[in-house]
Design a protein around this ligand. Structure first.
Ligand code: GTP
Ligand code: MG
Length: 138
């Protein structure tokens, strides 16, 4: 059974959308096996997104992620990484399919409501960045 790291981003926590977004995960068969609210420092956001350090939007992205609290969570299920990305929808909400989180809730390509790991290696790294083993309750 696979696990993936999800982040409910500041644009969504600010608008009180945590419950509606979690309902989307649960309806898709993803189980929330760990969850906490954290306010990332800029340095922590930069470390999390270090693969994007050379991208032109890195400053905007990391300042946004550190601007207000986020909810970090571990989702578990068959094919959880791909399934979560399907439920999230395309990065740019203008391209996201109907019924996806980003289609319903995202404000822009930057303020796009959720993050999801993109591969097994990054999922393992990202889960370990936020959670100790004992916090994962399957
Ligand atoms: P994540 O699940 O958040 O990693 O999204 P993704 O895998 O769909 O997108 P990607 O990894 O390519 O980019 C990471 C994040 O950077 C996106 O979710 C956006 O929040 C942000 N981002 C991507 N492209 C742009 C852009 O052109 N402008 C801005 N401001 N942010 C962007
Ligand atoms: Mg990504």
């Amino acid at each position: 059974i696979e696990r993936t790291l999800s982040i409910i981003k500041p644009d969504a926590t600010r608008r009180n959308l945590t419950g509606k977004i979690n309902a989307k995960f649960e309806e898709a068969g993803l189980r929330i096996v760990a969850q906490k609210r954290v306010h990332l420092s800029l340095a922590q956001a930069q470390k999390f997104y270090e693969v994007h350090a050379e991208r032109p939007f890195f400053g905007e992205l990391t300042e946004f992620m550190a601007s207000e609290p986020v909810v970090v969570q571990v989702l578990e299920g068959e094919g959880a990484i791909a399934k979560n990305r399907e439920v999230m929808g395309a990065t740019n909400p203008a391209n996201a399919a109907d019924g996806t989180i980003r289609k319903e809730f995202a404000l822009s390509v930057g303020e796009n409501s959720v993050h999801g790991s993109d591969a097994p290696e990054t999922a393992a790294q990202e889960i370990a960045y936020f959670f100790a083993g004992l916090e994962l309750v399957g």
